[in-house]
Design a protein. Structure first.
Length: 579
């Protein structure tokens, strides 16, 4: 019997079997090693996921909120808001290697938003990640580095930056500490600024930073000089509705909105409040221009030489209408506006009647918040009952309250040929102004331009006359109304102007909030003394910038109205509290 027959493998076959067993063992060990490696990779991946999602849960919202956010620019490409690389400071309490109680004292010194006890609780507590300061300054970062505590981290984060500081802050708005837009165009444009479809392209506002700077400077100068608690202003293109400048005083810095003191005085809102669109005031005699336009458009005024009795105050029941600086005579239509007669305007408004007055005001949008991209737009105070006295008083701006932007829109329509266009804070493509709707005829618009020019040449707006720029306008002064009660010591003064009156291009409106009388104004505090100088300052500066070159040879023709303008034989040289 041979070895094979006996069931015994030859030596060569036994060696082959042994080799196969070794290969299987090697494969098994390699598989075990690969599984162990995969397990380690999985553990690391899970740990990284845990750290990213659970260990610092408040990082991701910031990055997603303002990481890819596009710039905001003015109409000429000047950057008003941009996203830059910022550094936030945070601490991981479990990793602190130094004395935690001593570190709590140092943190309270560097970051006084929390007390020493607060920091002790954080450092000895269970929280694994805590922000110390978002958007830290270089000085603060350097101070933290000197502590030498490795548990304090510098976290790179996108940060919204406003390179122009306080300029147009209420218009641009700001972001909160979590990177969420709070107000202004930042809030309105949020989706567009972060949309992938926008491709990161800057969004241009209608604002012209040169005009904005001139407006803010003029309002600030007047507010400081006349001790006003605030002010507001608008520069509006009458043919496109683009807002070239919008200012509100006091100002704040969008880079540090948290530093603005918050008050609860309804008469004096804090600096983040945009008085140009959020505040509604009785704007006084500036409404007389609107009333005159309504009367001319509806045929109530056809003869500008027609005279109205202003020899004495007008008694309507228990209500008495009087002029602030009475002429005590019968007055023509131009005289009523030139001398800002409440009595004459009231008599004209009675002829217009309540139905036509309400309809015209509604056409101008005085019954609803102004149509604009900004939020927090003030709701007008519309009369609940239109009695005879209501019709008379709203004619000269009492008993109805609107925003400054409402007035600017109305004046633009009344001087541009009669077309009311929606105002906008966004730059419009050239030649693509909205069609708008007709409010008055071109002939009525021409008459209004004549009357506004006469106010500046002959009347309460004389101080606004700038050689060659052909300014027209109207003053207005009213008392603040709080819960139905007039505050006699708190005036709101407004001057609304347009230029050049032969071919209007821009409306400029400035309102002063609670200006005071000073020796230079003989104690008077009405619009001609404080709001008007600010408008004159703005127009003189921005006219040439916007291509309106002073030209004494040009002006609107008012010769057909001059026979109806009263010219006393001897000029009164006394000082009057002009409106």
């Amino acid at each position: 019997m041979n070895a094979t027959a006996a069931g015994l493998a030859p030596p060569r076959d036994r060696a082959l079997v042994k080799t196969n067993d070794s290969v299987h063992v090697a494969h098994y060990r390699l598989m075990i090693l690969m599984l162990l490696f995969a397990l380690m990779v999985g553990v690391i991946a899970l740990r990284l996921l845990y750290l990213a999602v659970f260990d610092a849960p408040d990082r991701s919202p910031v990055v997603s909120a303002i990481g890819p956010r596009a710039d905001i620019t003015d109409r000429n490409g000047v950057v008003l808001a941009a996203t830059i690389k910022g550094i936030s400071l945070a601490i991981r309490p479990p990793r602190v290697i130094g004395d935690k109680d001593r570190l709590a004292v140092e943190l309270a010194r560097l970051f006084p938003g929390r007390s020493v006890d607060d920091y002790r609780r954080i450092l000895h507590g269970r929280r694994k990640f805590v922000y110390l300061e978002r958007g830290a300054t270089p000085a603060k970062i350097h101070a933290v580095r000197l502590l030498g505590e490795p548990a304090i981290e510098e976290v790179p984060e996108p940060k919204r930056f406003y390179p122009q500081g306080t300029m147009a802050a209420q218009v641009i708005g700001y972001m909160d500490i979590g990177g969420v837009p709070v107000s202004g165009m930042e809030a309105f444009l949020d989706k567009r600024l972060t949309s992938a479809a926008n491709g990161g392209q800057p969004v241009a506002l209608s604002i012209d930073s040169r005009v904005q700077a001139a407006l803010e400077s003029a309002i600030r100068t007047s507010a400081e000089k006349y001790l006003a608690v605030g002010g507001a202003g608008v520069v509006l293109d009458v043919h496109t509705g683009e807002v070239l400048a919008m200012a509100s005083l006091p100002v704040f810095n969008s880079n540090a909105p948290g530093l603005v003191p918050v008050g609860n005085d309804p008469l004096r809102p804090d600096a983040r409040y945009n008085r140009a669109v959020s505040s509604v005031y009785e704007l006084g005699s500036t409404f007389k221009v609107v009333t005159m336009a309504n009367a001319i458009e509806h045929g109530v005024i056809t003869d500008f030489g027609k005279r109205y009795d202003a020899t004495a105050p007008l008694q309507v029941g228990a209500f008495r209408i009087k002029d602030d600086h009475p002429e005590n005579r019968w007055m023509s239509v131009p005289d009523i506006l030139i001398h800002s007669s409440n009595i004459g305007t009231a008599r004209i408004s009675e002829e217009i009647g309540p139905e036509r007055t309400q309809a015209f005001f509604r056409q101008l949008g005085f019954d609803r918040p102004v149509d604009l991209e900004l939020g927090a737009r003030g709701k007008p105070l519309w009369p609940g009952y239109w009695a005879r006295t209501t019709v008379m008083t709203v004619a000269y701006g009492h008993g109805i309250a609107v925003s400054q932007m409402h007035l600017a829109n109305a004046y633009a329509a009344l001087v541009n040929g009669g077309i009311l266009r929606p105002a906008t804070m966004l730059k419009l493509p050239a030649g693509q102004a909205p069609q708008g709707k007709r409010i008055v005829s071109e002939q009525t618009s021409f008459r209004i331009r004549q009357l506004m020019r006469l106010v500046v040449e002959e009347g309460t707006g004389r101080g606004a006359n700038i050689p060659g720029l052909r300014v027209g306008g109207k003053t207005g002064t009213a008392e603040k109304n709080l819960n139905g009660r007039y505050i006699h010591s708190s005036l709101v003064t407004t001057f609304a102007a347009a230029f050049p009156m032969d071919a209007p291009r821009y409306v400029v409106v400035v309102t002063m909030d609670e200006p005071k009388g000073i020796p230079e104004t003989y104690g008077f505090r009405t619009a001609a003394w404080n709001a008007l100088p600010a408008v004159k300052n703005v127009i003189a500066r921005i006219g040439p910038l916007l291509g309106v070159i002073p030209d004494p040879s040009k002006d609107i023709d008012v010769s057909d109205l001059m026979p109806f303008v009263y010219k006393p034989e001897k000029k009164d040289t006394g000082v009057h509290a002009i409106d």
